[in-house]
Design a protein around this ligand. Structure first.
Ligand code: SF4
Ligand code: SF4
Length: 424
């Protein structure tokens, strides 16, 4: 899909600015009523979802030239999709996030993007991960866990760790604990180890479509050769790529894709895991954008009037994974779940997505600090999430603020209840 295919979306914007705010019906305070990190930080209409529609239309109609300023607006955006979900409360016919993706693809076609993003793409091509870490070390996190080698043996479930969990040493205990939980439940689980590559979702989101598709196709080959019926990931970013970006790129994995929160919930329902130990904590939960609104499957392009689309063809943010992590938390004896003001499809982004963490630390940090402040108002002593990118960014923000709130993955709390210990 090229930008031209979204002309009607862009022309249809009524400039109501609802894409900047939580819907009136969901708003609980003025303090936490905004929903777009980009406009909240940069205070100029171009940085909002609506502003980006205007930007795309101006590019199409040659009213502006492709230059640094266009790239600045296009990439100072976490691609969180909050604008899209909030516009869709009132409008059925505007797909803002897809327009932003098309603007970015146009930027890349014209060589207008941040140097940090070029470095990331170079790292990806060289080492198969977004950090430029050695590809041979990718599977080291699983050392000693006794997981099957999916390159040599058929497996029922292929566990895809993702770049962040594969290389972030601070999160090593989280990923090892998560895989241990699944293994100990008797699941036929395998990993690809150093043969695992980036899912390609970041490259797609940045507009590097060819590179994104190369990684997606590579992933599809690996999944097929493993014989897996389920592709399981603890990373919301990868999950969102598998469920949404792959379909946008025309890549079919041919297996069921599950996030670890969904899988653990299913294991609990079947009596394969039991929450034995109390975890006496007051917890609030942060919805990762790519597990929530950004994970809704893409149903293909819609020709003609989008007002005529059936609900099943519309991505409005409501069909993301919101309940599984909350149900897990509620299943753990002793945990008291308290909600923040902006949750589910109206959640505030952690600031790590869309290439912002790599290229605009100020915006990334701004978004994370805002979320920590919101979490603190709940009185929770810990903030749980389901994505290593969110966990990393929120944890860093909490520490730099001296906020005194622990940031955890939901699976860490599940492990504490099942095993009664922290697994490392
Ligand atoms: S993008 Fe949607 S919510 Fe934002 S100004 Fe336009 S019509 Fe209103
Ligand atoms: S995707 Fe997120 S950061 Fe970007 S314009 Fe929309 S709400 Fe703002």
């Amino acid at each position: 899909m090229a930008l031209e295919a979204y002309r009607r979306d862009m022309e249809g914007c009524s400039r109501c600015s609802s894409c900047k705010w939580v819907p009136m019906s969901q708003m609980k305070s003025h303090r936490f009523s905004q929903v777009c990190p980009s406009i909240s930080r940069y205070h100029f209409h171009s940085f909002a979802g609506s502003g980006k529609l205007m930007l795309g239309l101006s590019l199409l109609d040659n009213r502006i030239e492709m230059n640094d300023s266009v790239a600045d607006v296009a990439y100072k955006c976490t691609l969180c999709g909050a604008c899209d979900a909030n516009c869709k409360v009132y409008r059925d016919d505007i797909d803002i996030a897809e327009v932003i993706e098309e603007i970015r693809a146009t930027c890349v076609e014209n060589g207008q993007f941040f140097a940090e993003h070029q470095m990331m793409i170079d790292d990806l091509k060289r080492e198969n991960n977004v950090f430029g870490e050695p590809k041979n070390a990718r599977g080291d996190w699983a050392e000693g866990l006794g997981l099957k080698d999916a390159n040599a043996q058929k497996v029922d479930v292929l566990f895809h760790a993702g770049c962040r969990f594969s290389y972030d040493e601070d999160l090593l205990g989280v990923i090892r604990g998560a895989a241990t939980l699944i293994r100990d439940a008797g699941v036929d689980l395998g990993v690809a180890g150093k043969a695992e590559s980036c899912c390609g979702g970041r490259a797609f989101g940045l507009g590097f479509r060819g590179d994104g598709k190369n990684f997606a196709e590579d992933m599809a080959v690996r999944v097929k050769s493993s014989g897996a019926k389920v592709l399981l990931t603890p990373c919301a970013d990868c999950y969102g790529a598998f469920k949404y970006a792959y379909r946008r790129m025309g890549v079919d994995l041919g297996v069921q894709v599950m996030h670890i929160s969904e899988y653990l919930k299913a294991l609990a329902a079947n009596g394969k895991i039991n929450f034995k130990n109390r975890v006496d904590r007051k917890i609030t939960y942060h919805d990762p954008c790519h597990l929530g609104r950004r994970s809704e499957p893409y149903a293909g392009p819609w020709e003609g009037n989008k007002l005529l689309r059936p609900a099943s063809r519309k991505r409005d943010g409501r069909k993301g994974v919101y309940d599984a992590p909350r149900d897990l938390l509620r299943s753990i004896p002793g945990i008291r779940l308290v909600e923040m003001e902006r949750i589910r499809e109206y959640s505030w982004c952690c600031g790590a997505g869309g290439g912002v963490w790599e290229a605009d630390q100020e915006l990334s940090d701004f978004a994370a600090r805002e979320r920590i402040e919101e979490a603190l108002t709940t009185g929770a002593d810990a903030l749980a999430t389901s994505c290593p990118w969110c966990e990393r960014n929120l944890r860093d923000a909490a520490e730099s603020m001296g906020a005194g709130i622990e940031v955890l993955d939901v699976t860490e709390l599940v492990a504490r209840s099942i095993k009664g210990e922290v697994i490392s």
